[in-house]
Write a protein that binds this ligand. Structure first.
Ligand code: ZN
Length: 303
């Protein structure tokens, strides 16, 4: 089992995209600043998608203009097609494109107006463009475990997609359990199969905690050799095009578990808990994450 894991904060994009009330750009930038302060060095800051379909991400360009100037932080912009990729690159502030392809046709069409095969071709074109422009690019296979419309997704299908994506040499391939149906045994199998198929390309995992299996899935993914894990502060999140999708695994819950298990991430749990409490104040409600609501452990020294 690996003793160090890279963590990607997806709160500013996946965490917020499904919120009905528009969140002020300043609050989103404050979330990004807090994520940097608690030690994250890769952050999914926004997506370059149709603002009519995802109004919460309509401020992508303003977000980019306000990003802290940090050479040591990689800012990720999620894109679904070449047009989005060009917009992201034109900001001059996005270090890494995150392409998304989908393992089932019905969800691919609902999410991004492409068939599954078209989404793989689009991701490969996005990766090629990023490479040409001297930027990083990675690809996520959404609905890697289950499709919200078609049900079970065949492992062979996901492995074949990963193999096709690997030809474009992304910096990483991610497996996403978009609607939080995965279980640890399935995660172990799929991560192993994809790692066998993609050689030296690192595998990232992205879990939603819709049915309470999020942390178990994170643990299984790391055990099977995934080297990068996504999470959203407070456990916010969901997908506007996947019925019933709920929050991402909470960043602070993931880091609590990994810290206690002796796996290094470089993140500061105390500052994450503070940030999660702050975010709950911004959202005006208690967030799903567990650790920020529990008494601090190990007990903090009393002042
Ligand atoms: Zn997600």
């Amino acid at each position: 089992m690996s003793t160090a894991i890279e963590f990607v904060e997806v709160g500013p994009r996946d965490g917020l995209q499904n919120e009905k009330a528009l969140i002020p750009t300043g609050d989103k930038l404050a979330l990004i600043e807090r994520a940097i302060a608690y030690g994250v060095r890769r952050i999914e800051v926004t997506s370059f998608v149709n603002p009519k379909k995802v109004p919460q991400m309509a401020d992508a360009d303003t977000i980019c203009a306000g990003l802290p100037d940090r050479d040591d932080v990689t800012y990720i912009g999620l894109v679904l097609n070449l047009r989005g990729a060009e917009r992201a690159l034109a900001t001059g502030r996005i270090d890494e494109l995150g392409a998304v392809c989908v393992a089932s046709d019905r969800f691919a069409i609902a999410n991004q107006g492409q068939t599954s095969a078209e989404s793989v071709e689009a991701a490969k074109a996005i990766i090629a463009l990023a490479r040409q422009e001297g930027r990083r690019a990675q690809a996520t296979i959404a609905a890697s475990f289950v499709c919200p419309f078609e049900g079970e997704v065949a492992q062979d299908r996901v492995v074949a997609m990963a193999r096709q994506l690997a030809e474009a040499r992304p910096v990483e391939i991610a497996l996403a359990d978009t609607i939080g149906v995965g279980n640890p045994a399935h995660v172990t199998q799929l991560v192993n199969a994809v790692r066998d198929a993609v050689g030296d390309i690192p595998v990232r995992c992205h879990f939603h905690n819709t049915r309470g299996t999020g942390l178990a899935n994170v643990w299984a993914a790391i055990g099977a050799g995934a080297s990068v894990i996504d999470g959203a502060l407070g456990g916010l999140g969901g997908c506007p095009f996947a019925p019933g999708a709920a929050g991402n695994v909470a960043s602070e819950d993931v880091i609590y578990m990994l810290d206690r298990a002796g796996i290094t991430t470089g993140l500061d749990l105390g500052r994450m808990i503070e940030a999660s409490t702050w975010l709950g104040g911004v959202m005006g409600r208690t967030l799903p994450g567990m650790v920020a609501k529990a008494p601090s452990f190990p007990a903090q020294a009393q002042a």
